[in-house]
Design a protein around this ligand. Structure first.
Ligand SMILES: *Cc1c(COP(=O)(O)O)cnc(C)c1O
Length: 832
């Protein structure tokens, strides 16, 4: 699609007077004037009439101005065909608040703080004004955000492509201990970070039918005649690298109705249907699906996926053609990463664009598609692999289904030639699931259409090869990679834990920010008593901060000297927040039995959202709050135990919580968590981990050393064997008096005012199926927690372990992950 207003290339003039004046200057004086100007010209407000939001907007615009030179330069890179661009396709980007991060990455935190103070405002108050764009559910979306930071920091030209949801992940409120979902109206007061690009739009079709025709060269061609068409409009958000001089772009698509579209041609005389279609087109980018795992058969979700993938691929092709690239070399111009299967329709859409729209031959197009695309898998739970009911797919994307049949036919022919007679294997590899109701299997489509497939932690990548993707591994082992996830040390240390960052930099210089392996230099200070004192002081300061906020939000006062034992993440049975709750109940019982006893004081902090339709997860939230109510109010406990549910866990709150944690709960059933990234943020900030051998915990333990990690529980193989032998949770319950006591208390209403029905479903589930082996791991977890309590009493040893955790977390920088993707999968290089 030709883009209006962009018809000829001109040389970009040298940036005039870089770094000075009201638009570019980095001094407090320039910034102050810039803020006042924006207040005047953008907000139309006099300073003494300005609201906090006016000030926030003015500051944000002043900061955004200072990103424009680099953004324009980077967009100019995109026009050079010798430069390979990384396209990161993700249905979710959980970016977190922009202002603070941009100040860190641009290196202007202090001058802005000064300028704002001179204007009578407090920068931290203005941070509090920002509504974070919650365009993701959890780890997967947050990973995409960390990767954008690292791509820009490493100067890799990249575009993050996704959806500009009008409503992101719901805000969580707690009423009577239950989760209540509240619409996230993050755009209500405007979004100063995005640039609407009304000239960058693409049309996306849905439904209808296909017809074949012969072109002038006598070739067989297919035309798709959709029954409705929507328009995607680009919204660009600049993503600044950390003092790298490069700013990448996050390009999110908003769906709109196509004004000029002639509904009459397709819905003869059906005016109402036409209006309905208009409404539907605006619905596509309305709301993020709040499920961590896919809900099968949601039509709108498939529409969202196809919508953003089609806009993004059309955008790439337009850029590629515009900069003079040939189709044959498309893969030299773009490396496209599929973040999970949500964008996997890209396989069929790129084929359609190349074959139907640009008249390439099938084999050429297929070569290009496979060379361009790569797929990251994020789950080992077979039930979480995305699949679409065939009738739904056929109705919405009839041409894509034809293309998928063609891809599948050719693919299965090859399989049959290699594994003659093995029809079981053919059925498992097929993109179409034909056991009973038919489905399109998106993971199979992604595997067949990509040149590389990767898992997100060493264990996960191994298990993929043995379980959910085993047949694909047998077929093409060379495609399989591991790229262990990472987190950006800019947001998750420099920004969120400035005290610790300063202490570290004072000791070892600031090289660690770009090269976190330099954190190893801290090892030599791990037993230095003065350094340990300073380290503890920072942690205590962070805990005091958090304690204040906890009191404001929940009314619960917690002791900053107690051990902060934290589990924040989405609520899922496999993550086992209920195992944590059972431990709290056993501690409570011990105190009740011996009220004068000597116990390690702990504050248990939980945070996380449950999918709105996930009954058991919501009941677990209620259980935690109910236990908290009893424990927190009991005078026998006398402040030695507090249980807090921190509402609305998101990036903003995470920045407050991770730096204040002493103990990080990473207690999923072995073999269920693909990687985890929360585990990395905690450990980077000096929390010790209590965890199973799951996901990246395995590698974290390897790095920090087994003496500095609290390991418990069954490993993957033991989990497998126990289940294979017929796991009977009831016998574990009957054989363990402590467990029996806690579960009986829950069942008998001790935490529900005598109501024996409330937690019955949870108790029944644990006793009768316990899919995630809570009972099998209970004793091991308890014993391990007792080791934690004992370790806490040796303050020096604990501090040493904490320092060693931070010192040895260099591997888990997302910069390392991005370097691996660049070298092994994308073959992309930093811009000069
Ligand atoms: C890091 C992060 C997650 C992922 O946490 P896990 O413990 O890896 O599941 C989820 N949500 C937010 C807001 C995060 O910052």
């Amino acid at each position: 699609m030709a883009e209006k207003g962009k018809t000829r290339k001109t040389e970009v003039p040298d940036i005039v007077e870089k770094g000075s004046g009201v638009r570019r200057g980095m001094s407090a004086t320039d910034l102050r004037q810039a803020i006042l100007d924006h207040l005047h010209f953008n907000q139309a407000r006099l300073p003494d009439m300005a609201t906090r939001n006016d000030w926030y907007m003015a500051v944000a615009h002043a900061v955004r101005d200072r990103m424009m030179d680099d953004l324009i330069n980077s967009l100019h890179y995109l026009e050079r065909k010798e430069i390979k661009i990384v396209s990161y396709l993700s249905a979710e980007f959980l970016m977190g608040p922009h202002l603070g991060n941009n100040l860190v990455n641009l290196g202007i935190m202090e001058p802005v703080r000064k300028a704002v103070a001179e204007l009578g405002q407090d920068l931290d108050d203005l941070f509090g004004q920002e509504e974070e764009p919650g365009l993701g559910n959890g780890g997967l979306g947050r990973l995409a955000a960390c990767y954008m930071d690292s791509l820009a920091t490493l100067r890799v030209p990249a575009i993050g492509y996704g959806i500009r949801y009008e409503f992101g992940i719901f805000d969580q409120e707690l009423r009577d201990g239950w989760q209540v979902e509240v619409t996230d109206k993050w755009l209500r007061l405007g979004n100063p970070w995005e640039l609407c690009r009304p000239d960058i739009t693409f049309q996306v079709g849905f439904g209808g039918r296909t017809e074949s025709w012969q072109d002038e060269q006598g070739r067989y061609r297919v035309r798709w005649i959709p029954s409705r068409v929507v328009k995607g409009v680009a919204y660009d958000t600049p993503v600044a690298g950390y003092r790298s001089g490069l700013t990448d772009v996050l390009r999110l698509w908003k769906s709109e109705a196509v004004e000029s579209f002639d509904f009459q041609a397709f819905n003869v005389g059906d005016y109402y249907l036409a209006v309905d279609a208009k409404v539907i087109s605006e619905t596509i980018s309305k709301v993020l699906y709040p499920n961590d795992e896919p809900a099968i058969g949601k039509k709108l979700r498939l529409a969202q996926q196809y919508f953003f993938v089609s806009c993004s691929l059309q955008d790439m092709i337009r850029t590629h053609v515009w900069r003079g690239g040939s189709f044959e070399d498309f893969a030299g111009g773009f490396a496209v990463q599929l973040n999970d299967t949500h964008p996997a329709i890209a396989v069929a859409e790129l084929m359609r664009l190349l074959v139907d729209e640009h008249a390439l031959g099938w084999d050429t197009a297929w070569g290009i598609t496979r060379e361009t695309l790569a797929y990251t898998n994020h789950t080992l739970l077979p039930e979480a692999l995305e699949k679409w009911p065939l009738p739904l797919f056929a109705e919405m994307l009839p041409r894509h289904l034809e293309i998928i049949y063609e891809i599948n036919g050719r693919f299965l022919d090859k399989v049959r030639r290699r594994f003659t007679g093995d029809e079981g294997r053919v059925a498992r590899l097929s993109i179409i699931d034909e056991n009973g109701d038919k489905y399109v299997r998106m993971a199979n489509l992604a595997c067949v259409g990509s040149h590389a497939v990767n898992g997100v932690a060493a264990l996960h990548s191994e298990l993929l090869k043995q379980t959910v993707l085993r047949d694909f591994f047998d077929l093409s082992p060379e495609k399989f990679h591991n790229v262990t996830n990472g987190v950006t040390p800019r947001r998750w240390m420099l920004l969120s834990n400035p005290g610790l960052a300063r202490l570290i930099t004072d000791r070892i210089g600031d090289g660690w920010v770009k090269n976190p392996k330099e954190l190893r230099k801290l090892e030599s200070f791990a037993r230095d008593v003065a350094f340990q004192d300073a380290w503890r002081q920072v942690k205590e300061g962070n805990k005091e901060n958090l304690a204040k906020v906890i009191e404001e939000r929940t009314g619960i006062s917690v002791d900053p000297c107690s051990l902060f034992d934290v589990q924040v993440k989405r609520i899922h049975e496999y993550k086992r927040q209920h195992l944590n709750a059972l431990h709290i109940i056993t501690l409570y019982n011990r105190i009740k039995r011996d009220p004068q006893g000597d116990f390690t004081p702990r504050t248990f902090l939980f945070g996380g959202k449950a999918a709105p339709g996930y009954f058991m997860a919501k009941l677990i939230i209620k259980l935690i709050n109910s236990v908290g109510e009893v424990v927190n109010a009991d005078p026998d406990v006398a402040g030695r135990l507090k249980v807090v549910y921190f509402p609305d866990f998101n990036v903003t709150n995470g920045q407050l919580i991770y730096p204040a944690a002493d103990l990080s709960e990473q207690i999923s059933t072995a073999g269920k968590e693909a990687s985890g990234t929360g585990n990395m943020k905690f450990s980077l900030n000096g929390a010790l981990t209590i965890g199973t051998l799951d996901g990246a915990n395995v590698e974290i333990r390897e790095e920090v050393g087994e003496d500095n990690f609290f390991l418990f529980g069954l490993n993957t193989e033991e989990v497998h064997d126990l289940k294979a032998g017929g796991y009977n949770p009831r016998s574990w319950y009957e054989g363990n008096p402590q467990m029996r006591e806690t579960i009986d208390q829950i069942a008998s209403g001790v935490f529900s005012g005598g109501d024996t029905g409330l937690f019955r479903p949870l108790v029944d589930h644990l006793l009768h199926s316990d899919d995630y082996l809570v009972l099998a791991d209970f004793q091991s977890y308890l014993d391990c927690q007792d080791r934690v309590s004992a370790a806490w009493r040796d303050t020096q040893r604990w501090t040493e372990m904490s320092i060693l955790n931070t010192a040895r977390m260099g591997k888990f920088s997302s910069d390392r992950s991005i370097r691996e993707y660049c070298e092994r999968i994308w073959k992309a290089k930093p811009a000069q």
